[in-house]
Design a protein around this ligand. Structure first.
Ligand code: IMP
Ligand code: MG
Length: 185
């Protein structure tokens, strides 16, 4: 079948294949099921990049749990990014006394997850932990580590399985390195 445009041609190399994604998410989902047995955790996904990971992880977790979502955005101020984050959409649940697991697509500088974690911690949950699909330690500018990491990746711009460039490529079934010529000039 002919496609008008093949997204795969913009990918330099596949970093995490569909099979590796499936296997590793099952494994981490098993760990979460054991760690949170009897605790009725609430999983909070950071939109939008987390959607495929959230869906896969939610099926891999075998214990009673609830779902919620939030969305944050970083404000551009003047010619430079101020790095200031704000809520675009808050969660619906009251998390006081609850065990919260934040799910995110990628931990890079750490600013997004630090902001989200501190905000949720102010609401007096029983605990807050972070579970990320990808960890890019080379990008870190603030002190923050995830409690559950599915894959540690090198410093490269990646897309697919939820991760985007200009909101595109989220629907690729794998995680791949985007060809630099796609975002340069
Ligand atoms: P942080 O606040 O720098 O940790 O960045 C987290 C956010 O930056 C993620 O939720 C992504 O939206 C975005 N991001 C960081 N690295 C990448 C990447 O390699 N590809 C796509 N998005 C990325
Ligand atoms: Mg994101």
């Amino acid at each position: 079948m002919m496609h008008p445009y093949d997204m795969h041609q913009d990918i330099e190399r596949i970093l995490v294949s569909e099979t590796e994604l499936r296997r590793r998410i099952e494994e981490v989902g098993g760990r979460l099921s054991r760690d949170y047995a009897g605790k009725r955790p609430i999983f909070v996904g950071v939109l939008k990049g987390v959607v495929p990971f959230f869906a896969a992880m939610a099926r891999a977790v075998q214990i009673p749990c609830q779902w919620d979502f939030l969305s944050v955005t970083s404000f551009e101020g003047g010619t430079e990014s101020t790095g200031q984050l704000t809520f675009r959409k808050d969660i619906d649940h009251d998390i006081a006394g609850r065990h919260v697991v934040i799910l995110e697509d990628i931990l890079d500088s750490g600013r997004t997850l630090k902001f989200v974690k501190e905000l949720l911690e102010r609401r007096h949950p029983a605990s807050v932990r972070i579970c990320t699909l990808l960890d890019k330690p080379a990008g870190r500018t603030v002190e923050l580590e995830a409690d559950y990491v599915c894959f540690t990746i090198p410093k490269a711009f990646v897309v697919g399985f939820g991760l985007d460039y200009d909101d595109y490529y989220r629907n690729l079934p794998y995680v791949g390195v985007l060809k630099p010529q796609v975002y340069q000039d």
